[in-house]
Design a protein. Structure first.
Length: 85
């Protein structure tokens, strides 16, 4: 599966990573892990995008807004929150 990041998603991921003290590469790894696991979010909704989520043991939740295309996904934006939602 091919995962591409839009410019907006990359900027948001950088912002949230700095805010929660994560390395950018660690955040990208967690984003891809969230997509691979494939749990759809019920708390965050989007009409045109698919929203995946994952809770990590360090009390962070990743929400990844994606759009599917033929060979993979385009990450539209990433949201990182504290706690479970």
């Amino acid at each position: 599966m091919i995962v591409d990041y839009e410019k907006h998603a990359f900027i948001r991921l950088t912002h949230w990573s700095c805010q929660f003290g994560l390395d950018l590469y660690e955040s990208m790894r967690r984003t891809e892990e969230t997509i691979v696991e494939g749990r759809l979010s019920k708390s965050k909704h989007s009409k045109s995008n698919v929203v995946y989520y994952k809770y990590f043991n360090d009390n962070l939740s990743f929400f990844v807004f994606c759009r599917r295309y033929q060979n993979g996904l385009i990450v539209k934006t990433v949201l990182i929150c504290e706690g479970r939602e």
